[in-house]
Write a protein of this length. Structure first.
Length: 263
């Protein structure tokens, strides 16, 4: 079994670390799989164009460079750390209104990405090509920051188009997602080292992209809370999982109850 984190940002958008530095950061901590998912803002909105001006998003000019660097780092991640690096992107549609804002991840195949498409249209384009679509922080993140509720407002309509919904994006569990019956995934939304203490996804499949994506799609996964105490000695907790029949693994490290952590 191994830990995985599928929502990471590099300095191609608003993250602090370069892509090679992210690979080293997670590789040295023994992670089995990660996805780097930099923001790609739609260009049809004023906020999206402002993000381009500020240099906090991928662009049509930088996206091909980003994809090529991910491809080269995939090989190094595996050769140096035995870690599966999955190429990804966070399609970012920001509005001044929370209920009109939406972020979603595309993992795997990045060949036909258009950030200006609606999630339903883009899902229909990329999922037949082997990519997964993940709803990012679809409910309140319990932080003082911009919220993105649009996908959650459309969850019944979008359920067939979305492969998983983040049940955690950082250190907080989202009860609305947790009890919704929708497929789930836990990520850190990593922008810098301070985001490392967070919920992660636990997998037991082969460390290959196709196997990892299938495990997410089939919900063959568990969740762990990972606590970064020191650079050299991270610790993490496995929970006695109660959200699904496929879960319920033995403890590793310090074990906390789900009820205690959720308080």
């Amino acid at each position: 079994m191994y830990l995985a984190d599928f929502h990471l940002h590099s300095n191609f958008s608003d993250g602090k670390l370069s892509i090679p530095a992210l690979v080293d950061y997670y590789g040295k901590r023994g992670f089995g799989a990660i996805a780097i998912t930099d923001h790609f803002c739609e260009q049809t909105s004023l906020i999206g164009r402002a993000s381009t001006y500020l240099g906090v998003t991928l662009t049509t000019a930088t996206f091909p460079i980003y994809r090529e660097l991910l491809k080269s780092e995939q090989e190094r991640a595996w050769d140096q750390y035995g870690m599966c690096l999955i190429p990804g992107v966070e399609i970012t549609k920001n509005s001044i209104l929370n209920h009109r804002s939406a972020h979603f991840l595309v993992l795997g195949n990045l060949e036909n990405i258009d950030p200006n498409l609606d999630i339903s249209e883009l899902s229909d384009r990329v999922r037949p090509e082997g990519a997964l679509v993940i709803a990012a922080h679809p409910v309140s993140t319990q932080k003082i920051e911009k919220q993105t509720f649009h996908l959650w407002d459309r969850r019944e309509e979008l359920a067939p188009k979305v492969d998983a919904w983040e049940v955690a994006s950082g250190p907080y569990l989202f009860d609305e997602v947790r009890y919704s019956g929708l497929p789930m995934i836990a990520n850190s939304d990593f922008h810098s080292e301070k985001n490392m203490t967070s919920w992660k996804t636990l997998l037991s499949c082969e460390k290959k992209q196709e196997a990892v994506l299938q495990a997410i799609k089939k919900q063959q996964l568990d969740f762990q809370f990972y606590r970064e105490e020191t650079v050299r000695e991270p610790s993490y907790s496995t929970l006695p999982w109660i959200m699904g029949p496929q879960l319920g693994h033995y403890g590793m490290g310090n074990v906390d109850s789900l009820q205690a952590i959720s308080k």
